[in-house]
Write a protein that binds this ligand. Structure first.
Ligand SMILES: Cc1cc2nc3c(=O)[nH]c(=O)nc-3n(C[C@H](O)[C@H](O)[C@H](O)COP(=O)(O)OP(=O)(O)OC[C@H]3O[C@@H](n4cnc5c(N)ncnc54)[C@H](O)[C@@H]3O)c2cc1C
Length: 421
């Protein structure tokens, strides 16, 4: 239907885009939310899908269901390919969309630091498809190890390398160790899953660089106690189907998982905009694109500093704050007002290490161990969307806490047998 109301187009329904759409729910405007997938994904729990603790539907929700009560919002599933700022048009694989206000919230993707060919051997974790692919790879490694009579091949199949010692790498390493040492320990007859090697490689001098040194050491010790080999100050120089090359030596491995770097979505190319080294668009204090006060860039795609001049981190909480701000600013502009510049409120960082340990740094609140894990669990359950998901996830964690079991151990789309070089 033709409309006289201002048209707000939001690209991406992740944490930033969805918060923006919700902040505009009472605005006298017509909103179009464009996303290439039909669901909003709670990325902080993707590693639990990758390690068979949760099912995809526990951490993702249809976007149009989330916004079903918002009558001024239309959700369209299509891929954005470009933006014409002069004509105020968004180009997608399904056609052109005109806008009066544009909010770009297309997030980030993996970065292989210029070695894009590694992506085929070392999947990263960003989307549901990545999580199920990694789950398939981990579970298939055990199945194929059970099949082979070759000890050397078995050893390689049961070697899991995780590259990157940030929260995702630490969480993946801890979860794979639990799969091998606890969940699967009685399920095989020809192999002992507990002999699996889990190796976490970090290029920097310590794990969890965004946390205090105390919590970095704690994470390293907790992982070591779970049987994870942690290699810090170790650079991966090569990656192929059979393992990784290091600056000093090589590790043969059946599975390599990439948790080392992110690069912003290609929005900077669409806009020919100035960007930082991670490809994030440099925006003004009100998150608008320089010289385009009706175009906003938020979340992992935006480079903006906090009050102390430090870059706002690529976190869900930051993306949400930016989304709410951009939505409120557009609503204010529509009613002839404006807002002071965006102000980032640092809510802190959390990371879990296995099923009963976590580190938490929320200002004065510093937790580790089981208390940290309880806090981490409550925060994540609170932020999940929908009562059903909160209930299912809480119950699943409780069950898995008591039994060590992981219910989502399905290998879908069986991969071809691996030949080990
Ligand atoms: C494995 C993992 C674990 C994480 N853990 C934590 C954590 O514990 N705590 C925390 O605070 N943060 C965590 N993060 C970071 C957090 O998820 C991001 O900072 C946050 O998602 C950024 O929000 P966003 O809205 O910018 O982008 P996203 O949430 O990534 O949303 C981007 C949206 O844009 C869509 N999109 C992208 N390109 C296109 C296109 N061309 N056309 C159409 N649609 C497109 C995508 O489908 C997606 O829905 C984690 C991230 C990952 C990957």
């Amino acid at each position: 239907m033709p409309t006289q109301r201002p048209r707000v187009v939001i690209l991406g329904a992740g944490f930033g885009g969805l918060s923006c759409a919700q902040a505009l729910r009472r605005a006298d405007a017509d909103m179009t939310i464009v996303d290439r997938q039909n669901y909003h994904c709670f990325q902080p729990l993707l590693y639990q899908v990758a390690t068979a603790a949760l099912s995809p539907a526990d951490v993702a929700w249809p976007i149009r269901h989330i916004l079903r009560r918002q009558s001024n919002a239309t959700v369209l599933m299509t891929e954005v390919t470009g933006i014409d700022t002069a004509k105020q048009l968004v180009t997608t694989t399904s056609g052109l969309f005109p806008f009066d206000f544009l909010v770009i919230a297309t997030g980030a993707m993996h970065s292989y630091f210029g070695h894009d060919s590694w992506a085929g051997f070392a999947p990263g974790l960003k989307r549901i498809e990545d999580a199920t692919r990694i789950r398939r790879s981990i579970l298939s490694a055990f199945e194929q190890a059970e099949l082979t009579d070759d000890d050397e091949q078995r050893r390689k199949l049961l070697t899991f390398v995780i590259v990157g010692g940030g929260p995702t790498g630490v969480e993946m390493a801890g979860a794979i160790a639990e799969v091998a040492r606890q969940t699967l320990k009685r399920d095989f007859r020809r192999i002992d899953p507990r002999t699996a090697r889990i190796i976490l490689i970090e290029a920097g001098p310590r794990l969890l660089p965004a946390f205090s040194e105390r919590h970095s050491h704690y994470a390293k010790d907790a992982l070591a106690a779970m049987g994870v080999e942690v290699l810090t100050s170790t650079l991966v120089t090569g990656c192929d189907a059979y393992g990784v090359d290091l600056a000093h030596g090589r590790i043969d491995a059946g599975s390599v998982i990439w948790a080392a770097g992110v690069m912003a979505s290609p929005a900077a190319d669409w806009l020919a905009a100035d960007r930082d080294r991670a490809g994030r668009i440099i925006v003004g204090p009100d998150l608008s694109l320089p010289r385009h006060e009706n175009i906003f860039v938020i979340g992992d795609t935006a480079a903006v500093n906090d009050a102390a001049g430090h870059p706002v981190p690529g976190l869900a909480a930051a993306a949400k704050q930016m989304g709410i701000y951009a939505g409120r600013l557009i609503a204010a502009r529509l009613s002839g007002r404006t807002l002071p510049p965006f102000h980032y409120k640092n809510l802190g960082v959390l990371a879990t290490i296995g099923r009963r340990s976590a580190v938490v740094e929320l200002g004065p609140l510093q937790l580790q161990g089981f208390v940290g894990w309880l806090f981490w669990s409550m925060v994540h359950i609170y932020f999940l969307i929908g009562l059903r998901n909160r209930f299912v996830v809480a119950l699943t964690w409780l069950w898995s806490y008591i039994t060590f079991q992981r219910g989502a151990r399905l290998i879908t789309e069986v991969p071809p047998p691996r030949s080990q070089g």
